[in-house]
Design a protein around this ligand. Structure first.
Ligand code: 13P
Length: 256
């Protein structure tokens, strides 16, 4: 069955001493309610905190920890890099790959994203693979073309057994951190398109099992409408994941 997922991408926010009370606050709120129990909750702090977050959330049902990026390489002389194997060794389960901030500020190429996806899967972790168009591309009506190329170039080489472990996140660049959310109709249209690409490549059964998340100014006010769309299986949350109450409200926003 298709999984419902809410992942909080903390990006480069919170010092360690700020992060601990926030994590405990989220944990307490999750404990208080049974409502979001079936939702997979992924907390994705700066990599430095993964081990600690893993230890703190260990044993909590459906709570996982992840990383925001990994190296294309296994190990070696790559100063400053962190490998998928290292992330796994401290308790990480998911790795975000191809976030638009990494594509644009760090010039990550399709080829690198392909390698990162492969290495993540090789270590038994799940990639959260991000796709999404810029404002210019949407205005030029090229958004479907952009997303199709991103998927084609970096994850469609996978065999079905690998592909089904990928979580796709549609994050229109114009909606990230801007307060401009895609309408539920825009999100549904793109999610359905992504699912149809998967169906054409891997067949209907696998396409129906894939979780496709929406990201981009998703918050506790708009999550319910977005999550009610038939092809939206949850969210990749930035800003609102840094506020415990809002984040947990988002987790509680799936249709009951
Ligand atoms: P915001 O929710 O802050 O727009 O960020 C979305 C995002 O980039 C999550 O990866």
């Amino acid at each position: 069955m298709r999984k419902k997922i809410v992942a909080g991408n903390w990006k480069m926010n919170k010092t360690y001493s700020e992060s601990v009370p926030l994590l405990y606050e989220i944990k307490d709120l999750l404990f208080k309610s049974k409502k979001g129990e079936a939702v997979l909750k992924v907390i994705i702090p700066p990599s430095l905190y993964i081990h600690d977050f893993y230890e703190t959330t260990k044993g909590l049902k459906n709570v996982f920890v992840g990383a925001q990026n990994c190296s294309t390489e296994e190990s070696g002389a790559y100063t400053g890099e962190i490998s998928a194997g290292m992330i796994k060794s401290v308790g990480g389960n998911y790795i975000i790959i191809g976030h638009s901030e990494r594509r644009s500020y760090f010039n990550e190429t399709h080829e690198e994203l392909k390698k990162k996806t492969d290495i993540t899967l090789k270590h038994g972790l799940q990639p959260i693979f991000c796709v999404g168009e810029t404002k210019e591309k949407r205005e030029a009506n090229e958004h479907f073309k952009v997303v199709e190329a991103q998927i084609n170039d970096s994850i469609f080489h996978l065999i079905p057994d690998e592909f089904k472990k990928v979580v796709i996140a549609y994050e229109p660049v114009w909606a990230i951190g801007t307060g401009l959310t895609a309408t539920s109709a825009q999100a549904q249209e793109m999610h359905r398109f992504i699912r149809s690409l998967i169906e054409n490549k891997y067949g209907r059964v696998l396409a129906q099992e894939m979780s496709i998340l929406y990201g981009g100014s998703c918050n506790e006010k708009n999550a319910a409408e977005l999550f009610a769309c038939p092809d939206v299986d949850g969210g990749l949350i930035g800003g609102a994941s840094l506020k415990a109450k809002e984040f947990v409200e988002i987790i509680h926003s799936f249709p009951q």
